[in-house]
Write a protein that binds this ligand. Structure first.
Ligand code: BES
Ligand code: MN
Ligand code: ZN
Length: 497
């Protein structure tokens, strides 16, 4: 979407007028620039009972050359940022070919600037398609929307800056969705690395490191090596460093699970719905999208992202149930199920994060089906070893309407994963509470600050996005497929607190 911000003036081919319930008479500025008959039509419609301004009530007026969409917003005091964002997204989703690509959105009586920005944000986030593999009809207009946001002069500066910010973040969200939606025959670990390199190229404050197959083996990153070794598309670790040159002091670390396809490996998954396992790299998609969003808003502080990329498939070279493997941390793991692979690649990513003087470590992973059973597609599961970090993250997620729900990191679950007879830990817990035992497993690989008796784990939080990374029907920001979840949460957490 291309956009600009200006005062009330002319309208493009389609005018969008989001109006509150209490507006019984069309404000003068609402009809600015309209021809006489269209203006009269707008005034009549707003005054009539057919348009009452209640939310979800909308009306399109048509004239040759000029369309006007009246969109009901309910009462202004009830329009929380979430509602405004949802309304903008729904409005964009409701547009058809006839509305054309040139829109004017006019914020008149009683609109507050934060609401305007949220409305624009909803439009921007919802303006996304993954149609690169589909043939276009001859009469399809593939050009981007061009949107002019109009408001009173006194709001223009703030509205412009706000739109620039949410627009840059939406680019990051869309990047994460693109990566998530890309099929696994196209997006395999080194293709992700290639796209990351292409993005980092020429950016002074971005450093990109790719640890490839031979080096993974040399370094003993055997979590990644074992999960990925069955595929001809070999694993890699991709490290994004933003503003990290000459930094003085600890820095936030974000680690993502990047399984470009999860067949389950030798412990193979049932075939129904297996196609969805192309989304199993959404943690790493969010890491990439976050970096792009932070760079786009001109973020100045250091942030480091680590993506653990592998394809979990089965072949004569794949790892097996019963194998005992090493990890980068030095802890050994008894593999009881090759489908519990995410925790193995993350074990190496978390341990690697410890080498960068972390302020805290947050990981994102489509880790367990059990998390989808617990929370559906409505909230991400959130575990943490640090109350303050958990609460910061919960709040950040809530404030951008990407809910993250606290879940228990109980010692009993740690006990389960430490219960291997022949290795330090095993990659499976007991039958129930599978997302908790997965979190408890990850905790075994969270690095420590200090040594000996003073050693203490870095603050760490784990986000299980198995349910929120894709397939949500109640999320107005996205039509289908990958959601780009938590690019906005983490941008908010890192840049606004
Ligand atoms: N990628 C899956 C988890 C998943 C399942 C994500 C459904 C999204 C939707 C993960 O690697 C996995 O297979 N987990 C297993 C763990 C089990 C073997 C302990 C699971 O959840 O069944
Ligand atoms: Mn799996
Ligand atoms: Zn997986």
């Amino acid at each position: 979407m291309e956009w600009n911000v200006e005062g009330f003036g002319e309208s493009t081919q389609t005018l969008i007028l989001p109006l509150f319930e209490e507006v019984a008479k069309a404000p003068n500025k609402a009809t600015s620039g309209l021809g006489r008959s269209t203006a009269a039509q707008v005034r009549e419609a707003v005054a009539s009972d057919d348009f009452d301004g209640k939310s979800s009530n909308s009306l399109t007026l048509w004239n040759s050359g000029q369309k006007v969409v009246l969109a009901g917003m309910g009462l202004p005091e009830n329009l929380a940022e979430k509602d405004a964002r949802d309304a903008g997204a729904k409005l964009l989703a409701s547009l058809s070919k006839q509305h054309g690509k040139s829109l004017t959105v006019r914020f008149t009586t009683n609109w507050r600037v934060a609401q305007m920005i949220a409305f624009a944000e909803g439009m921007m986030l919802r303006d996304y398609k993954f149609d690169k593999y589909q043939k276009k009809d001859d009469d399809d207009d593939d050009s981007p929307y061009s949107v002019t946001f109009q408001a009173s002069d006194r709001y223009l500066r703030q509205l412009h800056d706000g739109c620039a910010r949410v627009g840059a973040i939406a680019v990051g969200v869309h990047r994460a969705r693109d990566l998530g939606n890309e099929p696994a025959n196209v997006l395999y670990p080194m293709e992700y690395a290639k796209r990351a390199r292409a993005w980092a190229k020429g950016k002074d404050n971005v450093k990109l490191t790719v640890i490839e197959w031979a080096e993974l083996k040399k370094l003993g990153m055997d979590g990644l090596v074992n999960v990925g070794k069955g595929s001809e598309h070999k694993p890699c670790m991709v490290i994004f460093e933003l503003n990290a040159d000459d930094r003085n002091g600890p820095c936030p670390m974000i680690v993502g699970k990047g399984i470009t396809f999860d067949t389950g490996g030798i412990s193979i998954k049932p075939s129904g719905g297996m196609d969805e396992m192309k989304f199993d790299m959404h943690g790493s998609a969010t890491v990439f999208g976050l970096m792009e969003a932070l760079h786009g808003i001109g973020h100045q502080q250091p942030v480091i992202g680590i993506s653990c990329m592998a394809e979990n498939t089965l072949s004569s070279t794949a790892y097996r149930p019963g194998d005992v493997i090493n990890t980068y941390s030095g802890k050994t793991v008894e593999v009881l199920n090759t489908d519990a692979e995410g925790r193995l690649v993350l074990a190496d990513g978390l341990w690697k994060a410890g080498e960068f003087d972390p302020e805290f470590i947050i990981d994102l992973a489509t880790l367990t089906g059990a998390c989808v059973v617990a929370l559906g597609h409505e909230a991400t599961g959130l575990w943490s070893n640090d109350d303050a970090l958990r609460e910061r993250l919960r709040k950040a997620a809530e404030s951008v309407d990407e809910l993250a729900w606290p879940m228990p990191l109980l010692p009993a679950f740690e006990k389960q994963v430490k219960d291997s007879k022949i290795a330090d830990v095993k990659n499976l817990g007991d039958r129930y509470g599978g997302s908790n035992s997965a979190a408890a497993f990850l905790k075994q690989f969270v690095p420590e600050r200090g040594e000996g008796d003073d050693a203490e784990q870095y603050p760490w939080a784990h986000l299980d996005i198995a349910g929120t990374a894709w397939g949500t029907s109640t999320n107005d920001m996205v039509a289908h497929g990958a959601t780009g979840v938590h690019v906005r949460t983490l941008t908010h957490l890192l840049s606004e607190q």
